[in-house]
Ligand binder design. Structure first.
Ligand code: HEM
Length: 437
């Protein structure tokens, strides 16, 4: 077998990427320089971090399908693992597949139909409080909506009365797994998290205990009820609930905040969405049937996910030497597939920096090749919440646009690599009730 050395940035590439990093103040801009200079496979070597980055359709297919069994998600010295313990996201092999099977039912399309009404009620509960006199922060507002929907649909729990109390524990828990110095220096002291994570755990164990006390009252078809009925112990259930709570609301929050930013900064697109919503819905609340006719809004969501994929990369641990495209990928090293670089790959996307929902029109969508667009990952470990997130984002955005006029306040945002790729510092939007409301 003839193999080639994996390209690494030389002095010039490093300098150019540093320039981009300083100019755009984000690491992804620097990564794009590496990709342009080195191709779809390159190595990043930093003190404390050795990683191989992959981009492009073939590489994505390799990671997600072909080499899936030899690439493990879990690494024991990772905060995501210490937080989620035995959550489906951080387990591998048969244990993963068994957990995943036990969690699939409430995520199916049939279950989603029942969630739409709750999605509308939760959206209304938040937007009813919007005040026309001050710009609203969409990152905050969308987090409230997403949290309420997730807990109500999957746990049958109303988080609203506990929202204020749980806000900081939730944010702190997310911050705990966000990229930081710990990536380079595993033993870095991380004070200030333990107490908040304990509050988070107490909340979840209380929810589990409360449900156990009434489980005999009938068959449960929500996630929490199904997990209890499956015979799992409280610790394992807590791990799945926390996984779903974090993975299922922080991503949606980022998507919704980005979508509202793109809509308010692209008034022509906003007008088209508004016309579609008015024509299809009128004053009828969104339902599973009528949202399927909101095709242009769907395109806006797809294009937002292309430009700002909330999960911008997937990370794996190589368990045995592998070969891809003439490169040896050695065991023991971290491997990442970059959703972000794939979504800006000049081979697949014309003018990738332009927001253009037309890319996802029915006609154009057919031309998008497999594994070139993967905001929800792919293969057996693809996102369990894909259908949920797509329905949810359509319902929330349609409901907001049905009831409010939104306009840009002039505050531009940048990409921030938290646990998700989110707009920073916040998405400030002027809101005004529509006359039809
Ligand atoms: C816009 C919203 C969302 C995006 C962009 C997103 C993205 C992703 C991606 C890219 C992966 C695969 C990561 C990898 O390959 O390492 C993933 C996995 C996962 N997502 Fe999502 N997600 C979203 C919403 C949700 C929701 C609503 C839920 C749950 C209610 C959820 C739960 C999960 C779980 C549990 C996994 C792990 C699946 C497994 O390993 O088998 N996500 N998500």
């Amino acid at each position: 077998m003839i193999t080639r050395p994996i390209p690494e940035p030389d002095g010039l590439t490093s300098l150019r990427s540093l320039q981009q990093l300083i100019k755009q103040r984000n690491l992804l801009a620097a990564l794009r320089v590496f990709h342009a200079d080195l191709g779809d496979v390159f190595r990043i070597s930093l003190p404390g971090l050795q990683t191989i980055m992959l981009a492009g359709a073939e590489a994505n297919r390799f990671v997600l399908v072909e080499a899936r069994d030899k690439l493990h998600w879990r690494t024991e010295d990772d905060p995501v693992t210490s937080l989620l313990r035995d959550g489906v996201l951080v387990t591998d092999g048969e244990a993963h597949d068994a957990l995943r099977n036990s969690m699939n039912r409430p995520m199916h399309k049939q279950s989603l139909t029942q969630y739409v009404e709750t999605m509308v009620t939760c959206t209304d509960a938040v937007i009813d409080n919007w005040s026309p006199n001050q710009p609203m922060d969409m990152l905050v507002e969308m987090r409230k909506v997403a949290l309420m929907i997730l807990t109500e649909t999957l746990f049958k729990v109303d988080i609203a009365p506990d929202m204020d109390r749980m806000w900081q524990p939730i944010l702190k828990t997310i911050q705990y797994i966000s990229p930081g110095l710990w990536i380079l220096w595993k033993q870095v002291p991380r004070p200030g998290y333990a107490g908040r994570i304990r509050e988070m755990n107490d909340y979840l164990y209380q929810i589990i205990d409360a449900r156990r006390a009434i489980i005999h009252e009938g068959e449960a078809n929500d996630l929490l009820g199904i997990l209890i009925a499956s015979g799992m112990n409280n610790d394992l259930i807590r791990d799945q609930l926390l996984t779903m709570l974090i993975a299922g609301h922080d991503t949606s929050t980022a998507l919704l905040a980005w979508a509202l930013y793109m809509l308010t900064t692209h008034p022509v697109v906003m007008e088209q969405v508004k016309q579609e919503v008015d024509t299809v819905l009128g004053t009828t609340p969104p339902t599973i049937d009528n949202i399927s006719q909101l095709s242009y809004l769907g395109q806006v969501i797809d294009e937002t996910l292309r430009m700002y994929p909330p999960i911008h990369l997937g990370s794996r641990h190589i368990t045995e030497d592998l070969e891809f495209d003439g490169f040896v990928l050695p065991a023991g090293i971290r491997l990442m597939y970059s959703i972000y670089l794939t979504h800006y790959h000049p081979k697949y996307w014309d003018d990738p920096d332009t927001f253009n929902p037309e890319r996802f029109s029915t006609q154009n969508k057919r031309k998008i090749a497999p594994y070139t667009y993967l905001p929800f990952g792919g293969g057996a470990r693809n996102c369990i919440g894909t259908a949920f997130a797509l329905v949810e984002s359509k319902v929330i955005l349609a409901r907001i646009i049905q009831r409010f006029d939104l306009s840009f306040t002039g505050h531009h945002v940048k990409m921030k690599m938290g646990a998700t790729l989110e707009p920073h510092p916040n998405v400030m939007v002027n809101v005004r009730k529509r006359l039809t409301d």
